[in-house]
Design a protein around this ligand. Structure first.
Ligand SMILES: C[S@@+](CC[C@H](N)C(=O)[O-])C[C@H]1O[C@@H](n2cnc3c(N)ncnc32)[C@H](O)[C@@H]1O
Length: 258
């Protein structure tokens, strides 16, 4: 009974928020894809087989050392940690911030798209990683988890003076990602995927990010052990997937050929 009430409350949450309710289509697609949604075991095994250390992934990308945002920009990072302590709700955990920071410093992208913000740690890593490039802009998409009440705190760790280079689209990926890509005129340099972790969500968004990515651009995806989407998508691109373990989960990287 309580499961039914919970589902009814979730449905009401969506229906009373028209800018998020299109996500109901994705929830229905997840149901149709339910076999693929249950591929965590297979995906985790694959990640375990192909994972290499993060340093090696960076070397394969032509980067010889990891840089840490808290060492390069200690004041910004301290301020972000101070802000995080003020957040009264628990949100999604951070992506592989030092990897994102290092990659953005090395590749010098100016058109960056990120899905999934929560506190904003990966956003901060991207903003700091591109701080020396005045023209760089980060566009993030985020739809809060239903019924969590975390909406006012999305991106809370991002200090005020970095916000002018950041655009947050508060919509589900299904609407927000095409909008973000359009904002950059259809071409992006760098993508970080860390939002809807379902097979359905990934298989909607990965191809769109990939198509928009310029040659030599980079797509990073968090939590790829959740289901087989990243492995399947990597096969479709024909590009060698680079995978590393990060705090008990796996991160996948695809670099578009030059
Ligand atoms: C794991 S957290 C992001 C963590 C963040 N990248 C970081 O490093 O701090 C995932 C975020 O994606 C959002 N999200 C989940 N599904 C989404 C969807 N379909 N569209 C947009 N955002 C979504 C969640 O509400 C949450 O804020």
């Amino acid at each position: 009974m309580s499961a039914i009430i919970d589902k009814a409350n979730t449905l009401w949450w969506y229906l009373s928020r028209p800018h998020y309710s299109v996500q109901l289509i994705q929830l229905f697609r997840r149901f149709l894809n339910r076999e693929k949604e249950r591929t965590r075991f297979e995906a985790t095994q694959w990640c375990q087989q192909v994972a290499i250390p993060m340093e090696e992934v960076l070397r394969k990308l032509g980067i010889d050392k990891i840089e840490y945002p808290w060492e390069v920009y200690p004041d910004y990072w301290r301020e972000a940690e101070r802000r995080a302590k003020q957040v009264p709700v628990v949100m999604g955990g951070a992506g592989a911030v030092e990897f994102i920071f290092t990659a953005t410093r090395a590749f010098k992208p100016t058109r960056l798209v990120e899905t999934g913000v929560a506190y904003g740690w990966s956003t901060l890593a991207m903003l700091l990683g591109t701080l020396e490039r005045e023209s760089a802009r980060v566009i993030s998409t985020d739809m809060p988890y239903p019924k969590m009440g975390n909406e006012p705190y999305v991106g809370y760790v991002i200090p005020e003076d970095l916000r002018e280079r950041w655009i947050l689209i508060r919509k589900p990926d299904i609407l927000a990602v095409p909008k973000a890509i359009k904002h950059f005129g259809g071409t992006i340099d760098f993508a970080h995927y860390d939002s809807d972790k379902s097979y359905t969500g990934r298989m909607f968004t990965y191809p769109r990010l990939w198509k928009a990515l310029r040659n030599d651009g980079i797509l990073i995806s968090d939590d790829i052990q959740d289901n087989i989407a990243f492995k399947e998508f990597a096969q479709q691109t024909g590009v060698e997937p680079l995978v590393f373990e990060y705090k008990g989960k796996y991160v996948g990287v695809l670099r578009k050929e030059r």
